[in-house]
Design a protein around this ligand. Structure first.
Ligand code: SAM
Length: 268
């Protein structure tokens, strides 16, 4: 693969967050994380030269991928041919596509070695839908280790924050694999990790948009007491008191369950 990439003159672009993976064994292990993909639909962000895409196709998936770098398109077209058209590539920005529409209404898995510059924005968007479970069945995503740790962090830990609450209130989140920087070309400055997210039951009576706003306010001023950081959310401080959550606490001490309770009380 390395040779093919060289032949196509593909030098990695920093602006596009390009850190490529070429180790087939590693890529097969990543493609195995969602479980049996034979006949399944997978959405991939940023196939780049197609290493992970190829592993997903080898596992039997139908892959729909969005790539922003036009230089990769000829290589990906060759890959699509080699796998009987099971790969569809959309040229463009993953932030601008409606994945549910692209995948044609079928359930799908999302698997991606995400570009670091849009990774968390895409991730929070996938966690946002009002309807739950969402159309995606699992997320298998490469992040910088520090971001992966924030996603899976337990309450009270340094890494615990808004991302932890959004990822855990109606999903299970785990680090499936750590990946050393040397596995990438070019190697990034920091370690990476793959997070797997599986939707679980949604607690009743909670508006996802309200929970998102509460955590944005609460963790936006994480050193401040809740009575200060949540002041601008109408009814939040009295609701905290009614729930027995001390308003002098800080956001990082509030468990996922308590954030859910607060959002539910405010929706009533
Ligand atoms: N999947 C390849 C691999 O694992 O070797 C490449 C991963 S690289 C970390 C990120 C890829 O996302 C690059 O191919 C980059 O061009 C692409 N990309 C960056 N921003 C994007 C965006 N907004 N929408 C779609 N693709 C994007």
């Amino acid at each position: 693969m390395r040779e093919t990439v060289k032949a196509h003159g593909l030098s990695a672009s920093k602006a596009l967050g390009q850190n490529f993976l070429f180790d087939e064994q590693l890529l097969d292990r990543i493609a195995a994380i969602p479980g049996d993909l034979d006949g399944a639909t997978v959405f991939e962000v940023g196939p780049g030269p197609g290493g992970l895409t190829r592993a997903l196709l080898r596992a039997g998936a139908r892959v729909i991928a969005v790539e922003r770098d036009d230089r990769c398109l000829p290589l990906l077209a060759e890959l699509s041919q080699a796998f009987d058209g099971r790969l569809t590539v959309v040229a463009g920005d993953a932030m601008a596509v409606d994945v549910d529409a692209l995948t044609g209404g079928a359930p799908y898995h999302i698997v991606a070695n995400l570009p670091y510059n849009v990774g968390t924005a895409l991730f929070t968007r996938w966690l946002e839908p009002r309807a739950w479970p969402p159309q995606w069945r699992s997320l298998t995503l490469m992040f910088q280790l520090e971001v992966a740790e924030r996603i899976v962090a337990p309450v009270g830990s340094n890494a615990y924050g808004r991302l932890s609450v959004l990822a855990q209130w109606r999903s299970s989140a785990r680090i499936a694999m750590k990946v050393h920087r040397s596995a990438f070309t070019p190697p990034p400055k920091v370690m990476s990790a793959i997070v797997q997210i599986l939707p679980t039951a949604q607690p009743e009576g909670v508006d996802p948009a309200l929970l998102s706003r509460l955590t944005e306010k609460g963790f936006g001023q994480r050193r401040k007491m809740l009575r200060q950081s949540l002041k601008s959310v109408e009814g939040a401080v009295p609701a905290l008191e009614a729930l027995g959550i001390d308003p002098t606490r800080r956001a990082e001490t509030v468990s996922v369950g308590e954030w859910v309770e607060l959002a539910r009380a405010l929706a009533r």
